[in-house]
Design a protein around this ligand. Structure first.
Ligand SMILES: NC(=O)C1=CN([C@@H]2O[C@H](COP(=O)(O)OP(=O)(O)OC[C@H]3O[C@@H](n4cnc5c(N)ncnc54)[C@H](O)[C@@H]3O)[C@@H](O)[C@H]2O)C=CC1
Ligand SMILES: O=C(O)C1=N[C@H](C(=O)O)C[C@H](O)C1
Length: 252
């Protein structure tokens, strides 16, 4: 029987990390050799012989975790939020010094979410208005969600390419925050509500009509096929990939 790929999970005691430990161990070609939480030394990754990491920690920790992995020749599959452009640029530069190492930064591992973002980007040029509402559990530390930021960026790029102007908005007077956050010119609204897991709606408006593209993760198991796909694929994609769609042939 072929050797199982040695994987370390960072953030292993968290909501996502604990699911990932179960999912990796359930895959017959992968095994968890290290499960790290807050306060654990990154040297444990080396001692355990990890060749892959899955980072599901916190925005303040993820950059140092991933940089350590890359510097030690480990491929990284990253679901943690907080990867803004300066962080991504700096990571890409580091990867340039470590050819052969792959990193996937996946704002969302759920296939339906990846498709929803792609569909929204495809549709965005045909509508005058577009706004995003993301809805999450109230224990989430960041807003707006990484997924909503990525969706807004994809939409903004598609509209810019098509020469579509900004969504109309006559607001001249508002309470702070009433119109949500501005992500590349797309308004993003964040709801935090007990009972929710992870949900997103893209609202596209034209004269006399609206298209709504909605995705719901009702359970964190929805993210696990994407985590496993990422682990099985990351070594074949040296350098930096942002978005699980980079590993899929969506044909859109
Ligand atoms: N890409 C995706 O599909 C998904 C991404 N996420 C993101 O994953 C991250 C984790 O989400 P949750 O599991 O809900 O959070 P959580 O708060 O339940 O888990 C985070 C865990 O990381 C631990 N931690 C803190 N510092 C650490 C460090 N330096 N090294 C290792 N572990 C450390 C915490 O103690 C905690 O156990 C968030 O950024 C969230 O937005 C969440 C769901 C899906
Ligand atoms: O914190 C979460 O729960 C989630 N975080 C990711 C994000 O910010 O987009 C992915 C998903 O929305 C769940």
């Amino acid at each position: 029987m072929a050797e199982r790929l040695p994987v370390a999970v960072l953030g292993a005691n968290g909501r996502m990390g604990s699911e990932a430990v179960k999912a990796v161990n359930a895959a017959d070609d992968l095994e968890v050799v290290a499960a790290l939480g807050r306060g654990d030394s990154l040297d444990d990754l080396v001692d355990a012989g990890a060749r892959y990491i899955v980072d599901l920690s916190i925005p303040d920790a993820t950059e140092a975790n991933v940089r350590f992995a890359v510097e030690h020749g480990m491929h990284a599959v990253v679901g943690t939020t907080g990867w803004d452009t300066p962080r991504l640029d700096s990571l890409a530069a580091l990867l340039g010094e470590h050819p052969g190492v792959g990193v996937l930064i996946a704002p969302n591992f759920a296939l339906g979410s990846v498709l929803a973002s792609a569909f929204a980007a495809k549709a965005a040029r045909y509508f005058e208005s577009v706004e995003i509402v993301e809805l999450h559990h109230p224990d989430k530390v960041d807003a707006p969600s990484g997924t909503a930021i990525r969706t807004a960026q994809l939409i903004a790029a598609a509209r810019a390419e098509a020469g579509v102007g900004p969504s109309p908005d006559a607001t001249t007077k508002q309470l702070d925050g009433a119109r949500g956050a501005d992500v590349d010119g797309v308004r993003v609204h964040a709801v935090r509500l007990r009972g929710l897991v992870a949900h997103e709606e893209v609202l596209l408006g034209g004269v006399g009509e609206q298209l709504t593209i909605r995705h719901d993760s009702f359970d964190r198991v929805s993210f696990m096929p994407g985590v496993i796909l990422g682990l099985r694929t990351v070594a074949d994609h040296p350098g930096l990939t942002v978005g699980l769609d980079g590993y899929l042939d969506l044909g859109l």
